[in-house]
Design a protein around this ligand. Sequence first.
Ligand code: UD1
Length: 334
Amino acid sequence: MNILVTGGAGYIASHTLIELLAAGHQPIVADNFSNSDSAVVGRVEKVAGVNIPCYEIDVTDYDALDGLMAEGNIDGIIHFAGYKAVGESVEKPLMYYRNNLGATLTVLECMKNHGVKKIIFSSSATVYGEHNQVPFVENMPTSCTNPYGWTKLMSEQIIQDAVASDPELSAVILRYFNPVGAHSSGMIGENPKGIPNNLMPYIQQVAIGARDKLTVFGDDYETIDGTGVRDYIHVSDLAKGHVAALDYSAEHRGYEVFNLGTGRGTSVLELVKTFASVNGVDVTCSIGPRRAGDIAECYADVSKANSILGWKAALGVEDMCRDAWRWEQNKSTM
Ligand code: UD1
């Protein structure tokens, strides 16, 4: 299938391009490169040995997206494009709502204009909010604690309503847990600008000497060692989940939601220790206060994706740490 990948140069999207190509699909990238690097697409082409059509457009720009889709032959869309920094979303909520909801609306409107019937949407485990018990199951009540999360949940709702109005549509919502790691080639990975918000990129930067130490946000949670527990998933496994979702949407109409995680929880200190030991590096830590908005534990029930999509994460935390470190060492040479 010809698959339009919005935000295609981003972290999860770029790994998905590789898996789409490996499965015989043809990705087409649309990205405004506002928080990504156009060179990433060239590196994916090198890893995969094929060309990927790439368009510099903002998917909130109706005319631009409509014009691109008018060129034809798009069989489906994987919609990644959006702002994704939780803290920034609290400071600039209107910017987040306009951009992220605008992108979802424009994508759906252009799909309607051009008869495109399949959409895979990048959502987040953040929609399970603060009050559910782990493991999180797709049919649990949803709520959010910040505007970024609400843009994901509201986009889910918009897509669900669009599907209800058009029986030919097929929409698959993927709720990601904590994607980490990098492609085994060492050619692509996460490249946050400025101080990383997320744990794994921070660990990587401490290990390489770019930052002095990691502050562990709280050690007084009711967890195995008092630190926060998350469901880390290798980004290449996550990327393969998108291909499984696309195969599913080729056979099914309607709206479905799937968790993409491993189903296993790992604490902050467990991740730090594993990273240090598998890579033979030091990661200096100190304990700080809890971060506002964090929950103690977040991990997935993955039985729905396992049974219906036939997809299961294959890689473990050691693989994630090894691949993250390889990328961290390579990235300045890219
Ligand atoms: C965060 C977002 C979530 C988003 C996801 C995308 C928040 C509150 N949540 O999830 O909405 O979908 O990223 O990847 O920002 N930690 C430290 N020290 C650090 C950084 C993190 O101890 O310097 C801890 C956190 O307290 C948490 C764990 O590491 O227990 C993972 O944090 P992070 O990587 O930021 O992911 P989430 O908070 O789960």
